[in-house]
Write a protein that binds this ligand. Sequence first.
Ligand code: 9WO
Length: 262
Amino acid sequence: MSEHAAPREAPRTASGPAPWTARVLTLFPEMFPGPLGLSLAGKALERGIWALDVLDIRDFARDKHRAVDDAPFGGGAGMVMRPDVLDAALAAAKARAAKGSGRATAPVIYLSPRGRLLDRALARELARGPGAILLCGRYEGVDERVLEAHGIAELSIGDYVLSGGEPAALVLIDAVVRLLPGVMGNHESPAEESFERGLLEYPHYTRPAEWQGRKVPEVLVSGHHEKVRKWRQAQAERITEQRRPDLWARYVKDRDDEGPDR
Ligand code: 9WO
């Protein structure tokens, strides 16, 4: 990777190519952009590197009570999101996605503990595409037929249940947006992160060099860049092997597959 600073991309204009776009279908539109309006993702949003289009599912309810849910067939606790309402919301999201670009269609994703687990490969895959249409469930979930009819993929951010898909959508968007070109400075490129190389992070330290009797490892204050690099690599490997044998096994395999000349 080049040591030279890349020129900052000019902010996109209205006529430019459509940025990576997250279209979110939710009953709680106020939850967006939420934390994504701040910090790294927020700056990238302001600069037009990505776009957020939030659709309120309730706007697509057609009956006099604007009902979005109904009791489950077969009985049981809670409510299920109605297929007709979701279908109308999905049609609107797909129509907006098609407008203004002749590009590949964005995948429709339902955030659900039943889905494929989000990992960096999936985040990268999504970052390469035009965006994603994200369906956020509430109550006990959505009518299964909507998932079938729209060919919706399910995606999980971990093995736990939330009160709705919205926080998972925020996590997914955050993981993808930081991979988009121009979001991070050249210096902190995702490719250089330990995790992108299949390892956990090495330990970090800042001033003071001694704090509450604890000293920063000597090698880090030595100014010897090659020794620092080797120490960090060794630390990342030690921590990964100890804490995540699953990641460690894959790392060792990938490293050995790539051959000893790397
Ligand atoms: C709620 C509920 C209440 C009583 C009996 C059974 C029940 N199941 C559920 C439930 O699974 N609710 C889900 C809440 C419905 C779909 C959206 N929700 C959700 C998504 N919770 N957790 C996620 C999620 C998404 C992605 N990755 C991890 C978790």
